[in-house]
Design a protein around this ligand. Structure first.
Ligand SMILES: CC(C)(COP(=O)(O)OP(=O)(O)OC[C@H]1O[C@@H](n2cnc3c(N)ncnc32)[C@H](O)[C@@H]1OP(=O)(O)O)[C@@H](O)C(=O)NCCC(=O)NCCS
Length: 157
């Protein structure tokens, strides 16, 4: 397995697979090509013999100069629970720490229990929400009308 920076050409390879990786949820539209063209420096791919096994797409906040944000993380279903997600996150943490970022944010849907467990294992805490879904604090309509989201936050030393 190798880790490398995201490239623009990864868009054409990843986009047709994305919905399947997310268990049939319609996610591809949330990952427009601009992420592959403008956020390569803080986004990473894990490859196994040339095949993409996982990716993380994140960036440095333009407005909060001590913050970074993770937009998407995905690991191919055949490669899960092998520390690939963890490796991608740790690579991102190291990268943004080098740019003096101390806080990392991410959001996830309350239906995505795997993502919740993963983020908690990676040291993220849930921020206060304005309503509760399945006993979890969420921000109502955070990602569009009807799309409540858990707001995750992690501080890196
Ligand atoms: C979430 C996801 C990226 C995790 O990737 P992964 O490579 O399987 O995770 P890792 O093997 O690196 O696991 C890291 C930690 O999370 C935990 N974890 C991972 N999947 C888990 C699950 N389904 N349930 C509970 N814990 C889980 C692992 O046990 C590990 O903890 P440990 O270090 O204490 O052992 C992967 O399941 C995925 O791509 N899911 C679909 C896409 C998605 O939902 N992305 C997140 C929202 S954008």
């Amino acid at each position: 397995m190798e880790i490398r920076h995201l490239q623009s050409a990864d868009y054409d390879v990843l986009i047709p697979q994305i919905n399947e990786w997310w268990g049939g949820r319609d996610m591809a539209g949330m990952l427009p090509k601009l992420f592959f063209n403008h956020f390569k420096n803080t986004s990473f791919i894990v490859e196994d013999e040339g095949k993409i096994a996982g990716f993380v797409i994140g960036f440095l906040s333009q407005d909060q100069l001590d913050e970074a944000y993770i937009h998407f993380v995905g690991v191919h279903p055949d490669y899960r629970k092998k520390n690939i997600g963890k490796t991608l996150y740790e690579t991102f943490f190291t990268k943004v720490k080098g740019a003096d970022r101390k806080i990392i944010r991410s959001i996830t849907s309350p239906v995505n229990k795997t993502s919740i467990a993963f983020h908690q294992k990676m040291g993220f805490v849930m921020e206060q929400g304005d309503k509760t879904v399945d006993g979890i604090a969420v921000k109502a309509n955070d990602d569009g009308v009807g799309n409540d989201r858990i707001l995750f936050r992690k501080e890196i030393e």
